[in-house]
Write a protein that binds this ligand. Structure first.
Ligand code: BG6
Length: 510
């Protein structure tokens, strides 16, 4: 257990608390799940923490014919169902006074004109001074249209006053990502663009930066000389839920690995940035992805494995297989599990394998980065009773957020026997509170104009490029019989075990 010694107000951008300028947050897709589940609860949290200017105004945009009041009711229901409730009634009233709705369709220029008129009116009424954040919480096929229309209506012209937030997935392969980047670049400047990957908003993910760059003891060991390999796992117990329509077109590689796991990978492997500033950090992320390759591109099965969950048991309940889920094609070849092995061709990491895996319907929800150190060069304790395990530094992303270091200790007694023990830092215990929600952090950063935790155009492109060989292979028509299966409630297919066992290593048991 780690004790909190003294508060250290690190003088890095990460911990500064500023209040954004008055602005209007325009949410496209306001009648959708993301708005009620994540965005509005996050903004309400920020309001409760007094992080927002009193003028902050939200305009929801969607096709449905809702009134301002109906939108307010829906958002209140969202806070009650998915957030912490509304708390003090006056606070809610004050918040609700800043909620507006505009019914418009994504492809109708008149809708944008109507929206623009409403925004100008609200500037007068609420003192928002022409500052706007446009948040695209719509299905990805509408991104290009919405961006072009915003551009044509002249609504995102001014880089000092307008920003554009784009949800994932950003494209579905390298070509479509480049295409989308072109559309974006045609109408606005990269400084205005905030591509969201909510993993970057997680407290524990940001802690990776602090762990690596605010401590002297890790960096000297953070290289091929001391590290044997790194495992990054993002396991989920849920299945596809009610998202078959989207998931069938995505699969685990597009949905999780190319973005969320790639971010964890970058922050683990990148060089120290010269300063805690958006471009300095993003330059390092791009550099490390560009130096990375799949471990074997000639015989891809040595570097990439995909699979689909079959029926099985979760917590004593029988669950259906992926192909039997509502809305899923019974012959679907979409993968719900993917494991990959990468190498980074640079001085720090040459020869150190990075194993990444993610899947749905695994035995539990757990995400972690495990740094396994090399064996000791010579073992003094040769007695048979001595089983020396390698040191492992584990960064627990979720749940039970924290950091643990495994090392050997002598067991009490007259014999010289050792056992692996752990030093453990748990966020909850040490700080007494859990971290804030990822969306709270990302929304406030965007309102403040801080792009550090958002992905840049070249970064997403590099990440797509890296996984292209696997995408190409797996997108090709395949006999569904040939897609490996794993039983729901297990840790993935045999082929994934082989991927790592072949190297004399094993996946961690979580
Ligand atoms: C989303 C994916 O981006 O991340 C989902 O689309 C996944 O499929 C989710 O379940 C996982 O996020 P978290 O924060 O629960 O790990």
């Amino acid at each position: 257990m780690v004790q909190l010694l003294e508060e250290n107000p690190l003088r890095v951008g990460l911990l500064q608390e500023r209040t954004p300028e008055p602005l209007i947050l325009v949410i496209f897709g306001a009648s959708g799940d993301l708005t009620a589940r994540k965005l509005v609860p996050a903004i309400y949290n920020l309001k409760q923490q007094r992080r927002l200017p009193p003028q902050l105004t939200i305009v929801g945009v969607a096709r449905r014919d809702w009134s301002h009041d109906y939108f307010r009711e829906q958002m209140r229901a969202g806070l009650e169902n998915y957030g912490q409730g509304v708390g003090a009634e006056e606070l809610w009233q004050d918040f609700a006074d800043g909620l507006y709705y505009c019914s418009a369709s994504m492809d109708d220029p008149k809708g944008y004109q109507k929206l623009n008129d409403l925004l100008s009116e609200l500037d007068q009424k609420r003192g928002t001074r022409g500052n706007r954040v446009f948040y695209l919480a719509v299905s990805p096929q509408f991104f290009p249209e919405a961006i072009m229309q915003l551009g044509q209506a002249g609504m995102i012209k001014d880089p000092s006053k307008t920003r554009l937030v784009i949800e994932k997935p950003f494209g579905r392969d390298l070509a479509s990502c480049q295409e989308l980047n072109k559309v974006v670049q045609k109408v606005c400047d990269e400084r205005q663009v905030y591509r969201i990957d909510h993993y970057l908003g997680k407290e524990t993910v940001q802690n990776l930066l602090v762990l690596r760059f605010a401590n002297a003891i890790f960096e000297p060991l953070w290289n091929r000389q001391y590290i044997d390999h790194i495992q990054i796992t993002v396991a989920e117990s849920v299945g596809v839920e009610d998202r078959a329509g989207y998931y069938e077109t995505a699969g685990a590689l597009r949905d999780m690995l190319q973005n969320h796991l790639m971010q964890l990978f970058c922050l683990t492997a990148m060089e120290p940035p010269s300063q805690m500033e958006a471009d300095a950090l993003r330059n390092e992320k791009v550099k490390v992805i560009q130096a990375t390759r799949l471990a074997d591109t000639k015989d891809l099965q040595n570097a990439a494995v995909r699979a689909q969950y079959a029926k099985g048991w979760m917590k004593g309940k029988e669950v259906v297989g992926y192909r039997q889920e509502p809305g899923v094609n019974p012959n679907s070849t979409t993968a719900t599990y993917v494991a990959m092995k990468f190498f980074i061709d640079n001085w720090r990491w040459q020869g150190v394998p990075f194993y990444l895996r993610t899947g749905k319907r695994m035995p539990k929800k757990v995400s972690e980065i495990a740094i396994q150190f090399r064996d000791v060069p010579y073992l003094l304790f040769q007695s048979a009773a001595s089983q020396v395990s390698p040191n492992i530094l584990t960064l627990r992303i979720q749940p039970n957020e924290g950091v643990a270091l495994r090392f050997e200790a002598k067991m009490p007694g007259t014999e010289l026997r050792s056992r692996s023990v752990e030093m453990d830092f748990a966020y909850g215990k040490t700080f007494g509170v859990g971290g804030s929600d990822a969306y709270d952090r990302l929304l406030i950063d965007c309102m403040l104009g801080d792009q550090t935790l958002f992905t840049r155009a070249d970064e997403v492109e590099a990440a797509w490029k890296l996984v292209t060989p696997a995408l190409t292979l797996w997108d090709a028509p395949t006999d569904p019989e040939l897609v490996p299966q794993y039983e729901a409630g297990t840790w993935g297919p045999q082929a994934a075990d082989q991927l790592i066992n072949r190297d004399g290593r094993q996946w961690r048991r979580l």
